[in-house]
Each structure stands twice: as structure tokens, then as C-alpha cells.
Design a protein around this ligand. Structure first.
Ligand code: UD1
Length: 338
């Protein structure tokens, strides 16, 4: 089986490519390197002991995409290629809609034209917006997301539901909570562009003294320690869920399938708990200051991931401390390269 992985050199994409190769799938990556670097390809090969095919281009270039489908018998796609910076999406909404949705539609057009099924979409818990219930189930009503990035994820889901229904296709929407951590080999991980917006890359760079202090955005939330709560899921656990979801999709006998799964640990951790776990796991200090709340942040979001356990036989296994230990190893690797 040959799987097209768009954004396969990105953070979650690269970890998933390794898991696919470990499970004997052939992998064709299309990635324009807008948020990755070429050495990730070499490191994927080193970790998996196998070589994915790699095409460096922007998926908006339809003619190049079509040539990939001419050259390979593609059996399915996992679509990671997307812009993902929440703040940036507010400043450049058109770039986000154009990039995240046109690229998706281009791939789906090829699927339709060539009669291919089996599509897995990288979605996000951001589609729930400020949910009315915790933990969040797949059936929890979706609200309008705070950001244009979030809206591209919600629209992507709608496009895929219509695609599956109209053309009898099999589709899985995976809603990730907060992915963290790096590969245990320390050869793969997140490459934040510029100053990190997300908590864990910021904590890591503070521990390594690239940043002076972490700013904790608010300690007046109605939670036990006053800081906001999220569900931090280890990236390798997340990558494994993609393989399980793909195997289920490939085994489905119905022509039309629309499956939706939350991927999280089912456990919420506060910002202060993350900082404490990082310090304990790595025996380093993370200086911080308490600041005002960040606009658009919600108090609490954590998953009910029982459906993924029931139907995919998948469960998050790695502890927060272990995930944060791998992050630190990756940071040391990055510093040894520069
Ligand atoms: C955001 C996106 C989510 C995406 C995730 C990972 C939304 C609403 N959320 O989640 O879709 O999957 O990024 O890319 O679109 N924090 C600090 N100091 C910092 C950074 C963060 O205190 O320097 C706090 C935040 O206020 C928040 C928590 O840490 O309470 C997590 O923040 P972050 O890592 O940015 O993720 P989310 O905003 O939850």
C-alpha cells in the first residue's frame, strides 16, 4: 500500500511517516518545506531504516500534484500540509483559507478523478471552540472557532464530509488536542519558526536560556492553581493513532465512511503543572512570570478519547513527564547541530 503524506516533513507528519514505514506502508511525501527542513528527511530514513519518496513543492501547484498521482499508485492520503499559527491566521486570514483549503481541494480532485478512497484529515480540538462540556466528546456541538486557522479546520471537515457523501469515499477526521514531545531517538521533533507561540516549545527554549522567562498567560482562571488546562498528547502516540485509523479505513467494507475521533489523553494539565513536570523530568529550571490572559484563550479543554480506544484500539500511553523529557533531548540535539 502506498500512502501520500502531505506535510510529511512537518512535526506530526514526520513522526507519522516513521510509524507508517514501520508498519510496511510505502510513503510518498509532498512538502514545500515552508515549516520544516531537508535534514528531517534524512533523519526519518535513519530512524525508520527505510526511505520515503519525497517531492518538494507547494500543493497549490495542481499540475505537479497530478504528476505525483501519475507516478505512483496512491491508495490513500494523510493530509498534514497546512498553516497552523493561530495568531498569524488572524493577521493573514486569506493566506490561511487559500493555503489550507485550496491544497485540500486539489488532492480531493485527484482522488475523485482517479477513483481513490481513504483520506485522513488532520483536524484539531479548535473546531469545538469554547465547548460547553468537559471532557469534550466527538458529539459535543461545534462552535465557531476563535481564529481563522480554526475555521479552516472546521471548513476542511465540512468539505470532507460532502466529498465522502457525494462520491462514496472513506474519510477519517482526527481531532488532535495539544501535541507535544519528540521522537525517542531525538532525531525528530518540532521546529518552531521564530518566537514560539505554543507552551512547550517556549518552556523548552526558556530552559535552554534562548528565552529569558516564560510568560504564563493568566493565573486567574477558575481552575485549582488558576492557570488554564489543556490535554497534552505525546506526538508518537498521536502518530500511532494515524496508522490505526488508516488500517481501520482500509478494512472498511462500506463505500462511504465518515469517522471522527478525538485524540487526547483524557487528562487535563494546567500550565503550572506542565512547567513543574518539565523541571522534574529534566532537572532544569524554567523561570516564569505571571502575565495577563492571552486573548482568545479558553479556560479548559480536554478530550474524552474513549471512541478511539473502542474503535481503533488506540490509547495514549506516554506520561507528560516522559513526553517532556523527549522534548529536552530534541532541544539538545538541535543545539548540537548549530
Ligand atoms: C493552540 C490551538 C490548537 C492547536 C495548538 C497546538 C486554538 C484555540 N488552539 O492551542 O488548535 O492544536 O495550539 O498547535 O486554536 N501558554 C502560556 N505561555 C506561553 C504559551 C502558552 O501560558 O508562552 C498557555 C496558554 O495560555 C494556554 C496553554 O499554555 O493556556 C497552551 O497554549 P498553546 O500551547 O499555545 O496551545 P493552545 O492555545 O491550547
Amino acid at each position: 500500500m502506498t500512502i501520500l503524506v502531505t506535510g510529511g516533513l512537518g512535526y506530526i507528519g514526520s513522526h507519522t511517516v516513521v510509524e507508517l514505514l514501520n508498519n510496511n506502508f510505502d510513503v510518498v511525501i509532498v512538502d514545500d518545506l515552508s515549516n520544516s527542513e531537508k535534514f528531517i528527511l534524512k533523519n526519518i530514513e535513519e530512524v525508520a531504516g527505510k526511505k520515503p519518496v519525497f517531492y518538494p513543492f507547494d500543493l497549490k501547484r495542481k499540475e505537479l500534484l497530478s504528476q505525483v498521482f501519475d507516478a505512483h499508485q496512491i491508495d490513500g492520503c494523510i493530509n498534514f500540509a497546512a498553516y497552523k499559527a493561530v495568531g498569524e491566521s488572524q493577521e493573514k486570514p486569506l493566506d490561511y483559507y487559500e493555503n489550507n483549503l485550496f491544497t485540500l481541494i486539489n488532492i480531493l480532485q485527484e482522488f475523485k478523478k482517479r477513483n481513490i478512497s481513504n483520506f485522513i484529515f488532520s483536524s484539531s480540538c479548535t473546531v469545538y471552540g469554547q465547548a460547553d462540556e468537559q471532557p469534550i466528546h466527538e458529539s459535543t456541538p461545534l462552535k465557531t472557532p476563535e481564529s481563522s486557522y480554526g475555521k479552516t479546520k472546521q471548513m476542511g471537515e465540512e468539505i470532507l464530509k460532502d466529498f465522502a457523501t457525494a462520491y462514496q469515499k472513506k474519510v477519517t477526521l482526527l481531532r488532535y488536542f495539544n501535541p507535544i514531545g519528540s521522537h525517542p531517538s531525538a532525531l525528530l521533533g518540532e521546529l518552531p519558526l521564530g518566537i514560539p507561540n505554543n507552551l512547550v516549545p517556549y518552556v523548552t527554549q526558556t530552559a535552554s536560556k534562548i528565552r529569558e522567562k516564560l510568560s504564563i498567560w493568566g493565573n486567574d482562571y477558575p481552575t485549582e492553581d488558576g492557570t488554564a488546562i489543556r490535554d497534552y498528547i505525546y506526538v508518537v502516540d498521536l502518530a500511532k493513532a494515524h496508522v490505526k485509523a488508516l488500517q481501520k479505513l482500509l478494512n472498511e467494507t462500506s463505500e462511504t465512511v465518515i469517522d471522527i475521533y478525538n485524540l487526547g489523553t483524557g487528562k487535563g494539565s494546567s500550565v503550572l503543572e506542565v512547567v513543574g513536570a518539565f523541571e522534574r523530568a529534566n532537572h532544569v529550571e524554567v523561570p516564569y512570570q505571571i502575565c495577563a490572559r492571552r486573548a482568545g484563550d479558553i479556560t479548559i479543554a480536554f478530550a474524552n478519547a474513549d471512541k478511539a480506544e473502542r474503535e481503533l484500539g488506540w490509547k495514549a500511553e506516554t506520561t507528560l513527564e516522559e513526553a517532556l523529557r523527549t522534548t529536552w533531548e530534541w532541544q539538545k540535539y538541535l543545539e548540537s547541530r548549530s
